[in-house]
Each structure stands twice: as structure tokens, then as C-alpha cells.
Design a protein around this ligand. Sequence first.
Ligand code: URA
Length: 213
Amino acid sequence: MTDGKSVEERRIALDQIAQEIRVCKACALHSARTRVVPGAGRPDADIMFIGEAPGYHEDQQGLPFVGASGKYLGELLAMIGLTRNDVFIANVVKCRPPGNRDPLPAEIDTCVETYLNRQIALIRPKIVATLGRFSMALFFPANARISKIHGQPRCADGRVYYPLFHPAAVLRNPNLRPAMETDFRRMLSLLEEMADTNGPASDEPPPRQLSLF
Ligand code: URA
């Protein structure tokens, strides 16, 4: 049972998943990677961020969000009083697509089923914050537009899914900065609402105070 695991047991289980990822050849992405990027952070984080795929710097270092997008993500976290060590940061796919192309549906399906879903089940975050459209598409309707639903929480599976713009999109379009900052700040209110209602990090119905998408 995942539910009964201590922080140390979760850390060990996450390390085991990372070890599996290091030798993974389940899709073509393995052949072009320098290093795998399993994800990093607190094994019992309240907030888990899910990006798209490693880029050049992540592929070199084996860590998520260490390039320009990562620097901005760090600034956003600092703005709400958090550091990378307070959260868990992962990606939809764990290997860099060649030339930073979009990950293919089959690559996404394989990686999510084999690794990401297990990471989420172990960490049991209160908030899964999606960064960009690829991770948003895992938890929101296929026709959802990020420009419409960013910052609107959706309760399901006993947790909150929270769609955010991808930091790289905000760096490309600074007009999105105020919305991104507002959305980030709102995560703290969501956590407070959840603390007040003892949920929803279980299979209980979501608290009524949370605005549902
Ligand atoms: N963009 C992503 O989606 N993930 C990373 O790890 C880095 C950049």
C-alpha cells in the first residue's frame, strides 16, 4: 500500500523508479539522450509540478528545469516562499526529445504509464500543477485551452489538478507574467483551504470550498 509509506520509504521507492528510468529503452527517446531526467524534490511534497520534457540543459545535468525556464520557475517558487526542495518537479517524459521536438503520443503514453503515474502515487501530492499543454492534457479534457483554464483547479482522485502556463511560454510572452504570478500565489490559498478541510489528499470527496473547474 502506498498510503502507509514513510517519507524514507517513498524516497527509496522513487530512487528505484529513477534507477529503472536510467536503463529504460521502452521508446525511441532513449537512443538520443545524454542523461535521463527522472525528477527531483521532496518525496512527500504537497505540490508536484509536471513539465513537458527535458531540454538541452536538463539532458546534460539529469535534473529537471535547470535552464532558463527552471530559473524562472525558481523565482516563482521564491515569490511564494518555497524552494525547489519543498516541491517535487517531474516531466511527462523523462528523456529529451531530439532537437526539442514535441514528445509523440506513444512516447507520452509509455512514460506516463510506466513512471509518472507511479511517481504521483508515491508522492501523493495535494496539488498536481501542470506546466504547459502536454502535462495539462493528461488531466484535463482534450479540448481544454490553457489560455482559458490556467489557474482553475480541478478536484479529482482525491487531489487538486492545477493548470499553469509553461514557464518557457511566459518567458517568450511577458504579457503572461501577471497571470502566472497570480496563479502561483493561488496555490498557497488552495493548500490552506485543503488544510482547513483536511483534504483532499485521500479518496474522500473534495472540499466544497474549492472552486471546481
Ligand atoms: N521544460 C520542461 O518542460 N521540462 C524541463 O525539465 C525543462 C524545460
